[in-house]
Design a protein around this ligand. Structure first.
Ligand code: PMP
Ligand code: GLU
Length: 397
């Protein structure tokens, strides 16, 4: 018999939808995919050039397992400059993407049976990563009318003496909502009082709209900084999803354990990608503003269209590049005489009938929803939403 832990893990539904849409496209099917969890822009030229130079200059050997000192220093500069956070290189661990950073964090913090509070809707990988690291994911259901944000009464209800940590993702995948400083202060104080760690996933931190700025919970004071494992990376902010560079900033003892784990599991993250990440963090940031501007236009268009469609409701995302759409009004209706039973069914039928790929809410713990990514061209968005509209117009009952 294979490992029970491994067998209990389901493959990432976001990655599965994305590869299914890509596969259909490669077979010539005219699919519009709203599944993408990655910017559709190319990595900026100066970053690509830094990687080419790294190869030609022979940066092709092992680096220290937890990342090069120069990249750690650049990360510290970034955290100081953009987030007002003071960290030293010994508190940074560079990993193979933010996902690997999260995995390291759970591996370093959890003992068997430790509970981790995960606000719902959550990004698909949190519960699976907790389980893989012997913890117990505890879902904390949030309300759409509260902007899908976890409140202190929610946390009080979910807390138990076995609670070890809270996962906080702001801006959130899949809802795009961003916690305010005041909300974070209340949550931070709750975690401090209850001696809980905070895994703060800030991977979408640069992708916020309407002039909003993200507050990092680690920056509220020493009381939160000590408890926080801040997770970030270059995947989303610099259109570098394939390069696989993420990082953590945490208390040095946590960083030490994560670094030791990583030294056996993977050794260093790719030496060339580390040079590229260095160029991303230290280089010009203007290209990113253009990307953000394009996302903002698509966001406005997508939300306006969706809220005008029958059966659908959606909050306007404040960050990231997803719209989380409430489809409860469409469930129980029939398409072509056959009832749409749940969001998995809705997504499957939309793909089958109209060739539009969306991610069902089930993987995010919210079965009455679908997630649409606007990290695709405006042309695709217009076409895909026209098809969604045509699909909804056929619903009866
Ligand atoms: N956290 C969230 C919320 C995400 O959506 C992603 C996207 N994959 C990640 C972490 C991990 O990003 P990556 O491993 O590509 O750096
Ligand atoms: N985070 C992205 C998403 O939610 C990429 C896919 C993944 O890593 O699961 O679609």
């Amino acid at each position: 018999m294979l490992a029970k832990k491994g067998l209990a893990v389901s493959p990432s539904p976001t990655l599965a939808i994305d590869s299914k849409a890509k596969e259909l496209k490669s077979r010539g099917v005219d699919v519009i995919s709203f599944g993408a969890g990655e910017p559709d822009f190319d990595t900026p030229a100066h970053i690509r050039e830094a990687a080419i130079a790294a190869i030609n200059q022979g940066h092709t050997r092992y680096t220290p397992a937890s990342g090069t000192p120069e990249l750690k220093e650049a990360i510290c500069r970034k955290l100081q400059r953009e987030n007002g956070l003071h960290y030293s290189p010994a508190e940074i661990v560079v990993s193979n993407g933010g996902k690997h950073s999260l995995s390291n964090a759970f591996a370093a913090l959890l003992n068997p049976g430790d509970e981790v509070l995960i606000p719902v809707p959550y990004w698909v990988s949190y519960p699976e990563l907790v389980k893989l690291n012997d913890g117990i994911p505890v879902e904390v259901v949030t309300e759409e009318k509260q902007g899908f944000k976890v409140t202190i009464p929610d946390l009080k209800k979910a807390w138990s003496p076995r609670t070890k940590a809270l996962v906080l993702n702001s801006p959130s995948n899949p809802t795009g909502q961003v916690y305010t400083r005041e909300e974070l202060e209340m949550i931070g104080y709750f975690c401090y009082e209850h001696e809980m760690y905070i895994i703060a996933d800030e991977i979408y931190e640069r992708l916020v709209y309407d002039g909003l700025a993200c507050t990092s919970i680690a920056g509220l004071g020493d009381y939160t900084k000590k408890l926080t494992v801040l997770v970030n990376g270059v995947s989303k902010s610099y259109a570098m999803t394939g390069w696989r560079i993420g990082y953590t900033a945490s208390a040095p003892e946590i960083a030490g354990v994560m670094g030791a784990i990583q030294s056996h599991a993977t050794s260093n993250p790719n030496s060339i990608a580390q040079k590229a990440a260095l160029a991303a963090l230290d280089g010009p940031q203007e290209g990113m503003a253009e990307m953000l501007q394009a996302f903002d236009e698509r966001r406005n268009y997508m939300v306006e269209r969706i809220v005008g469609l029958p059966f659908l409701k959606a909050l306007k995302p404040q960050g990231a590049f997803y719209v989380f759409v409430n489809i409860e009004g469409a469930l129980g209706k029939a398409f072509g005489g056959r009832e749409i039973t749940d969001s998995d069914d809705f997504a499957a039928r939309l793909l089958e009938e109209e060739k539009v790929a969306v991610v069902p809410g089930t993987g995010f713990g919210s079965p009455g929803y679908i997630r649409l990514s606007f990290a695709t061209s405006m042309e695709n968005i217009v076409k895909g939403l026209d098809r969604l509209e045509a699909f909804l117009a056929e619903l009866r009952g």
